[in-house]
Design a protein around this ligand. Structure first.
Ligand SMILES: [Zn+2]
Ligand SMILES: [Zn+2]
Length: 351
């Protein structure tokens, strides 16, 4: 903890001319909104937590009051069995006031229920993106540009090497792989919250209406998405399906199941994985992925820089990923920026 805090202090010294806003203080374990005593995505239990979305590095269990969108609260309840008593649902466009700070939730386009959180206090507005992306996703509301004075943005793919190809091209590769070897199935590793449902919805949009086969670990979240109005078409459980029936089919599983014994029940699977990290060849090799699909729920480099320009804040605070790359870009474009170096924000490896 001591070392992480020292890092933040160094970042503050490094960032010439950029100062803390006073009422909003980035700590290694979350962003503290001082007059409200609310923490955003805290990595330790807090009395009042505002949570941007349901991924494990943002939504932890054990808080007192949790402010989040209804879908995020449902996801947290599914994952942690969260204490319903402390849940305060905040729809997009609404929020709450505490300690004189007005909190408002806006779509982040990352996964179902994902929100940016805007805060206004004494005439100053700060927006925390949580994780976000700009490109179309049939499973969640699109990102909204919220003008502000201080923009606190993620930078998972904050390096120019990260440019995601069009999603439709990656889905076309997946469909082509099933046709190339109809005696085999294609097994797609996809993160259980967000990525799996997005791959399914994109396949439907591309005209794939055959049943899709699921590893048991993906079923509850798919049902939750459907209950929140995201149709996923015919879904079958691998456990209930004879091996032969899955020849020529697409099967989805969590990335951890790609190479485990479970996959032996499938007909000679072609191993695929859907992740922004599939851009990095070594990552695909390391996971023995034959068919890397570059499908990400995070903004790529162009989306990040476009968003910084669109939001046009006085200051940009950058966290969660390749911070220095985006800080450097801001400096080159005469925009104030600093890196926050929050800990406990290791990106879900395959998100
Ligand atoms: Zn996330
Ligand atoms: Zn994240």
């Amino acid at each position: 903890m001591g070392r992480a805090r020292a890092k933040v202090n160094r970042a503050q010294q490094d960032s010439k001319g950029v100062t803390d806003s006073g009422w909003i203080i980035p700590h290694p374990d979350g962003i503290h909104i001082v007059p409200a005593d609310v923490w955003i995505d805290p990595s330790r239990p807090r009395a009042h937590a505002a949570v941007t979305h349901g991924h494990a590095d943002h939504a932890r269990s054990g808080h007192g009051t949790v402010y989040a969108t209804p879908a995020t609260l449902a996801i947290m309840a599914l994952r942690y069995g969260v204490e319903e008593a402390g849940a305060v649902p905040c729809d997009y466009g609404t929020g709450f006031v505490r300690g004189g700070v007005r909190f408002t939730f806006h779509p982040a386009g990352h996964v179902l229920g994902s929100a940016q959180i805007a805060m206004e206090y004494r005439g100053e507005r700060v927006v925390v993106t949580g994780d976000f992306k700009r490109r179309a996703d049939p499973t969640c509301a699109p990102f909204e540009v919220v003008p502000c004075d201080i923009f606190i943005t993620e930078a998972t793919f904050g390096l120019p090497v990260f440019r995601h190809p069009p999603t439709s091209a990656e889905i076309a590769k997946l469909i082509a792989a099933t046709r190339a070897e109809p005696g085999r199935c294609v097994l797609v590793g996809a993160y259980a919250l967000g990525k799996a449902q997005r791959v399914i919805a994109e396949l439907r949009a591309a005209g794939w209406h055959d049943p899709l086969y699921l590893h048991g670990a993906l079923e509850p979240m798919c049902r939750l998405y459907e209950a929140h109005g995201v149709p996923l078409g015919a879904l079958r459980s691998v456990a209930d399906t004879p091996k032969e029936e899955m020849a020529g089919a697409i099967v989805l599983c969590p990335p951890s199941a790609l190479t485990d014994r479970w996959s032996r029940r499938l007909p000679d699977p072609v191993t695929a994985m859907a992740s922004g990290w599939m851009r990095v060849r070594g990552r695909a090799r390391q996971r023995q992925v034959e068919l890397p699909l570059i499908i990400s729920d995070h903004a790529d480099w162009d989306e990040l820089t476009q968003t910084v320009a669109d939001v046009n804040a006085k200051e940009n605070w950058i966290t969660h990923g390749s911070e220095e790359g985006l800080v450097r870009w801001c400096e080159l474009h005469q925009r104030q920026a600093r890196a926050l170096h929050l800990v406990g924000r290791e990106v879900e490896e395959v998100e």
